[in-house]
Design a protein around this ligand. Structure first.
Ligand SMILES: *[C@@H]1O[C@H](CO)[C@@H](O)[C@H](O)[C@H]1NC(C)=O
Ligand SMILES: *[C@@H]1O[C@H](CO)[C@@H](O)[C@H](O)[C@H]1NC(C)=O
Ligand SMILES: *[C@@H]1O[C@H](CO)[C@@H](O)[C@H](O)[C@H]1NC(C)=O
Ligand SMILES: *[C@@H]1O[C@H](CO)[C@@H](O)[C@H](O)[C@H]1NC(C)=O
Ligand SMILES: *[C@@H]1O[C@H](CO)[C@@H](O)[C@H](O)[C@H]1NC(C)=O
Ligand SMILES: *[C@@H]1O[C@H](CO)[C@@H](O)[C@H](O)[C@H]1NC(C)=O
Ligand SMILES: *[C@@H]1O[C@H](CO)[C@@H](O)[C@H](O)[C@H]1NC(C)=O
Length: 199
């Protein structure tokens, strides 16, 4: 009578044993995200570990690095940590992003709201055969949201624009959009997906 339960338990344990936890440190000394690029397989969990400063880990899209993904592509229910202010050496402020069957081939581009314009961005599962690279993503972030362009909607003069993006941001300049940016609670929403995976 208990056999199906045991079989299910064994299956879950087998899945968990194969899964890796991949840690991205947020707020270290060099770049906001360390490492900036990780590869995660089905069943792995990517954990953003906020260690210092006031940062977010927010999913965006390649062509709009510093804007939450949901605002530029309504079909993406992107993850978003919201602001995490972390005092030195405190622990426990994390955001987890599990790699599930429905996102196993998805490239997650992400940014920190407070350092995006300085290149505070990263990627989970970039596509090596795509022209959309981390280096290009960093350039886009600095070009579109860096201080030299913050009050200019005209094209950049100093840097060579990446050929992989449109020439200028086409997002409407609504301040309230930024204020509304952080309502998608990935840390709340994603465990529901995990739960449903095991039902
Ligand atoms: C930053 O570097 C300093 C000096 O190397 C070190 O003391 C400090 O712990 C580092 N902070 C983080 C968040 O890694
Ligand atoms: C974190 O940064 C945001 C945006 O810059 C700011 O609105 C918020 O007050 C900051 N949080 C803390 C605790 O300083
Ligand atoms: C953080 O931890 C390190 C090593 O445990 C310690 O040397 C340092 O003083 C701590 N910093 C703070 C701000 O508590
Ligand atoms: C992910 O991509 C691989 C290689 O292209 C493919 O074999 C696999 O079916 C894809 N998985 C899903 C869930 O789309
Ligand atoms: C980046 O710039 C765009 C367009 O001006 C703006 O909508 C967005 O809020 C900015 N992002 C950040 C993180 O400042
Ligand atoms: C990776 O990029 C190549 C070239 O754009 C594309 O053909 C392929 O489908 C992409 N793979 C995934 C898993 O998105
Ligand atoms: C915006 O562009 C104008 C003309 O290109 C320049 O004079 C001005 O300094 C720029 N402003 C900023 C904040 O970069």
């Amino acid at each position: 009578m208990n056999a199906p339960v045991h079989a299910g338990a064994v299956l879950v344990i087998a899945c968990l044993a194969a899964a890796k936890t991949i840690v991205i440190t947020v707020g270290g000394n060099t770049t906001t995200f360390v490492p900036q690029s990780v590869a995660a397989a089905l069943g792995d969990i990517v954990t953003f570990n906020f260690v210092s400063g006031n940062h977010t880990a927010t999913e965006s899209t390649f062509s709009n690095p510093c804007i939450p993904a949901h605002e530029t592509d309504i079909t993406i229910n992107g993850f978003d940590s919201g602001f995490r202010e972390t005092r030195s050496n405190t622990s426990g402020s994390i955001l987890t992003v599990p790699i599930l069957i429905q996102n196993v081939n998805h490239t997650f581009w992400f940014f920190d709201y407070n350092s995006c314009g300085e290149g505070g961005v990263g990627v989970i599962n970039d596509n090596e055969s795509s022209t959309e690279t981390l280096a290009g993503f960093v350039r886009n972030a600095i070009r579109l949201n860096g201080t030299s362009s913050s009050d200019n909607t005209s094209t950049s003069t100093s840097s060579r624009p990446s050929s992989t993006t449109s020439s200028s941001p086409s997002v409407s300049a609504s301040k309230s959009a930024a204020d509304r940016a952080f309502w998608i609670g990935a840390s709340n929403a994603i465990p529901l997906f995990i739960a449903s995976l095991f039902i």
